[in-house]
Design a protein around this ligand. Structure first.
Ligand code: C2E
Ligand code: MN
Ligand code: MN
Length: 403
């Protein structure tokens, strides 16, 4: 029989005191005993952390029930994986209360000690994942100190002009099309920038447009097309920053790439500081002189540099030791359903921590749900791009949903 370990976090819906929760834990204990599930329940007055062990099948079906249980709010899966043996078999479902001073009181097991006796000689407590997560929870991780309710978010942004009300529709046809998608700060209700996403004549995707070219032609087209991105932005009268996507090779194959951008911007009276160049994490070339030089040249001219799709490649945080971007855009795959996914939360927290320490501004990409936005706001992220606020709009600037 295969065994599974499940650790999840949730927040209580009603005001419950420790005694009431302890009572409830007896009901859970009975339910779990029937399914031969053992584990621990930690409670700090507001948040639960449950550690459950049992057959993979019974853990799976119990978790489906828990997900449907309306008493659980902000359910986060911290860990759900197969295990070799049970860790907390001694305790059935032990209830652990965490005091104001974050002190944990472990219940005594039937050996009369509170040292878990499950661990083999090879394993110490601090090498056991469940034990480490419990420790982290006790220290305050996985427990948010405040939350911004969705209606408050609405309140703070409900007055004021839509940026798009001020924009003119383009009257021209362009040889290359771009769809614009805003990056917004929903708290100050400001549009930070507009990203220009290349489109074919029939609104086809960047992939389709770029796949028509290969070799140096691709890099030349990639750079040349950006002149039109700037031109459309200028015709629209975009008062915010303009983000351009470029392949690193487009900066290397065209030795005067930065001059090309700067000279076009000058013609259009767009200040260099209004331009951002985005390069995806996956494509960043480390240890290459020509590439680093192009980046330095961009920065020297006042153009900002952003790492796009951060977290999707394998370079990771160490990339920031070599390459100093002005902005980091966290990949959509990490952002999706972040409010329910423990590993994603831990990773995004680390990225935010690191970027803020280095003075790099952080943007969350691909936000589609208010719950994702609220979680990210709590962690200190204020800049967002995603379908929740606006979808990209062809050769124009979309209306933003601030609600
Ligand atoms: P990207 O730079 O990460 O751009 C964001 C992509 O995510 C866009 O797809 C956008 O439509 C999509 N997106 C934004 N918000 C959401 C959301 O909430 N949910 C979902 N499901 N998707 C969202 P798009 O326009 O298809 O662009 C794909 C990629 O193509 C871009 O990813 C960028 O890497 C590349 N690209 C776009 N334009 C250019 C260009 O001019 N040159 C080069 N080299 N690459 C480009
Ligand atoms: Mn991009
Ligand atoms: Mn991206």
């Amino acid at each position: 029989m295969s065994l599974s370990l499940l650790v999840y976090k949730s927040t209580i819906t009603d005001q419950l005191d420790k005694d009431r929760v302890q009572e409830m834990s007896l009901v859970f204990k009975h339910r779990n005993r029937q399914r031969n599930i053992t584990g621990l329940l930690l409670f700090d007055g507001e948040h639960f952390l449950q550690v459950l062990e049992g057959s993979s099948q019974s853990i799976g079906s119990l978790y489906e029930d828990i997900k449907l249980d309306s008493r659980h709010k902000k359910l986060v899966t911290v860990l759900h994986e197969p295990i070799f043996k049970r860790t907390f078999s001694d305790w059935g479902l032990a209830f652990i209360s965490i005091g104001k001073d974050n002190q944990i009181e472990l219940p005594t097991n039937h050996n009369g000690t509170n040292q878990p006796q499950y661990l083999s000689e090879l394993e110490s407590v601090d090498e056991n994942r469940a034990a480490m997560i419990i420790d982290a929870f006790a220290k305050g991780l996985w427990r948010e100190s405040y939350s911004i309710p969705a209606d408050k978010l609405n309140d703070s942004v409900n007055s004021g002009l839509q940026l798009s009300d001020q924009l003119n529709k383009p009257k021209k046809e362009y040889p290359v099309n771009f769809a614009f998608q805003p990056i917004v700060n929903p708290v100050s209700k400001l549009v930070t920038s507009a990203e220009a996403l290349i489109r074919g004549p029939d609104n086809s995707s960047p992939f389709e447009v770029l796949s028509k070219y290969s070799g140096t032609e691709l890099y030349e087209f990639d750079l040349e097309s950006k002149k039109y991105a700037l031109e459309i932005a200028s015709d629209l009268g975009l008062p915010c920053r303009i983000s351009l996507n470029l392949l690193p090779m487009s900066l290397i194959v065209n030795p005067d790439a930065v001059e090309v951008l700067v000279s076009k911007a000058k013609d259009l009276h767009i200040p260099n500081e209004q331009i951002i160049v985005e390069i995806t994490e996956e494509e960043i070339i480390t240890n290459q002189e020509a590439f680093l030089q192009a980046i330095m040249k961009l920065k020297t001219s006042g153009i900002n540099v952003a790492i796009d799709d951060f977290g999707a490649g394998y370079a990771g945080l160490s990339l920031l030791t070599e390459f100093h971007p002005d902005k980091v855009k966290i990949d959509r795959k990490l952002i999706q359903s972040i409010h329910t996914n423990g590993p994603k939360q831990a990773i995004v927290r680390a990225i935010v921590n690191c970027c803020h320490s280095l003075g790099i501004s952080v943007i969350a990409e691909g936000v589609e749900e208010i719950a994702e936005i609220n979680w990210l706001l709590q962690e200190g992220i204020t800049k967002f791009q995603g379908f929740y606020f606006a979808k990209p709009k062809l050769n124009s600037f979309p209306i933003i949903n601030w609600s």
